[in-house]
Write a protein that binds this ligand. Structure first.
Ligand code: ZN
Ligand code: ZN
Length: 524
């Protein structure tokens, strides 16, 4: 019942008003990021652009210790209520942009082909909207925006965790572009949505010798063959089939001559898995199985287990919150079930510690026959998806805050009791009228290519995907250590950054937002 909402307390109307005045700016912001992509840990310009815009809105972003990526909190901290985190990733891919658009990449060999420019823009816009709502007393709690670096290297999330970025966070949400879904649609799934994919290497060594006398040495090639065939079979009998754990070999090598038993051999492959528990136990189980297989042949085997990312397993409640929020702002047809992907996503690292969910944001133009995929050199989006993503993220954060039932009424709504918040939960049907993909959007603003921020971007060591190193069986990150109160991220606590990382990493908005440090505007 629309009539029951008092003025200024209608989320849908507030989103409409906000987007009417900010959507063009956000589209331009995304195009600027798209034209100036940066790979993992080199996202300095992107970080500064986001930080400056947040600072201009009165927020106090904090740059992560390595210099790229940032965190910012919005709203009042209610001690009874945990923080809700929203996450975006900043990095582009080391590949060429083959699009013929005015905002195509100006950096050779670097391209936002995974839509992280879109995620970043959506989160920035969501932050600006939530800051406006907080100022009006309409944000019943605190929301943390996490702009993480280096998702494609699968380690950026670990940097956020190491910096205490999810301290006091109760739930975390993220969107990822999906070119197989229409703009205006949100793909939601409970349980695994992306897979773990680890690299396995087994090195076998023995004394070597003549093939005429295998009994006097160790038949290494035979033992290697046993590993290749027995290991996947044994795994399938030792792990719950529902975990969809699969080990597939991609490379094998041993020996040079037909009549010489070699002294070394190697087989490598990938282990994919949808179940978090099975993923955690895989290295130990694999080592045990390898030892039992080769034990009979007198060779020794060494397992090198390179972790990439865990499976992303969406929490049931959090996925339901995404559905509730999505239906509220997109209408009933706006939320669809999304299939599980065998790709990897480092958002999974957050879900190792706290509940959360990742949803797919439709980016295909409705009615388009074009089959676009992520990581393609021609990947692009229907830019209406930016406004849609903002609506979903904002509504999701509010839905998650509403779910926290122990909160007293917010300062703006003293009449509320218990779980009631400043915003009444929006009626799902309400948005159907407000959002019409065909009609709601005015043409994109005219685009002037921006002056490049840095005509000769440096690509120093560590900026290439090639050097992406996964780590061995024992992850360096201990989830339990994240919640060290001394490490807690609290923007009100200026000591945090200076104490932990030196003042150079503190983003001082007052100092930074000066004309001399501003980015050149596209009209300059
Ligand atoms: Zn990607
Ligand atoms: Zn991605």
């Amino acid at each position: 019942m629309e009539g029951s909402y008092s003025e200024g307390k209608d989320l849908i109307a507030d989103l409409d008003t906000f987007l009417a005045s900010h959507e063009a700016e956000l589209i331009e912001f995304r195009r600027d990021l798209h034209a100036n992509p940066e790979t993992g840990y080199a996202e300095h310009r992107t970080t500064r652009r986001v930080a400056l815009r947040l600072a201009a809105a009165g927020l106090k972003p904090v740059i992560l210790p390595k210099g790229t990526g940032l965190l910012v909190d919005i709203g009042t901290n209610y001690s009874e209520r945990s923080v809700v985190a929203l996450r975006a990733d900043l990095d582009a891919l080391p590949m060429a942009d083959e699009k013929d658009v005015p905002y195509a990449s100006t950096v050779p060999g670097v391209c936002h082909a995974c839509g992280h420019d879109v995620h970043t823009t959506i989160l920035l816009g969501t932050g600006l909207f939530l800051a406006q709502q907080a100022a009006a007393g309409l944000l019943p709690g605190r929301v943390r925006l996490i702009f993480q670096p280096a998702e494609e290297r699968a380690t950026g999330a670990l940097d956020v965790l190491a910096a205490g970025g999810i301290a006091s966070v109760g739930r975390i949400f993220a969107l990822h572009c999906d070119p197989r879904l229409d703009a205006g649609q949100l793909g939601v799934r409970t349980g695994p949505i992306t897979a773990a994919c680890d690299k396995i290497e087994v090195r076998v060594t023995g004394p070597g010798g003549h093939t005429a006398r295998p009994h006097l040495t160790a038949d290494l090639v035979y033992a290697l063959g046993k590993i290749v065939t027995e290991l996947p079979a044994a795994l399938s009998r030792r792990v719950d089939p529902r975990s969809s754990l699969s080990l597939v070999w991609g490379q094998i090598s041993a020996g040079n001559a037909p009549n010489a038993i070699p002294d070394t051999g190697l087989v490598t492959g990938t282990l994919r898995c949808l179940d978090d528990e099975a993923w955690h136990s895989a290295p130990v189980l694999l080592k045990e199985l390898i030892d039992s297989v080769v034990g009979a042949y007198g060779v020794t085997a060494e397992l090198v287990y390179d972790r990439f990312v865990p499976p992303t397993v969406n929490d049931t409640d959090c996925a339901a919150m995404l559905t509730t929020a999505g239906e509220a702002v997109l209408g009933h047809g706006g939320v669809v079930h999304t299939p599980q992907s065998l790709g990897g996503e480092d958002f999974a690292w957050y879900l190792e510690s706290i509940p959360g969910a990742l949803a797919r944001l439709g980016t295909r133009s409705p009615g388009s026959a074009q089959e676009n995929d992520l990581h393609q050199p021609t990947f692009d989006i229907d830019e209406r998806a930016i406004g849609v993503g903002l609506r979903v993220m904002a509504a999701t954060a509010l839905t998650a805050l509403w779910e926290e039932t122990s909160l007293a009424a917010s300062p703006a709504d003293q009449s509320g009791s218990g779980s009631e918040s400043a915003y009444p939960a929006p009626a799902p049907a309400q948005y159907a009228a407000a959002y019409d993909p065909a009609a709601a959007y005015s043409p994109a603003p005219a685009y002037d290519p921006p002056a490049p921020f840095n005509p000769a971007p440096s690509f120093g060591p560590g900026s290439s995907l090639e050097s992406a190193s996964s780590f061995n069986a024992t992850p360096p990150f201990d989830p339990a250590s994240t919640f060290d109160p001394a490490q807690a991220y609290d923007p009100a606590q200026a000591a945090f950054n200076s104490a932990a990382y030196g003042s150079a990493t503190t983003y001082d908005s007052a100092a930074a937002y000066q004309p001399s440090t501003q980015f050149p505007t596209r009209h300059s």
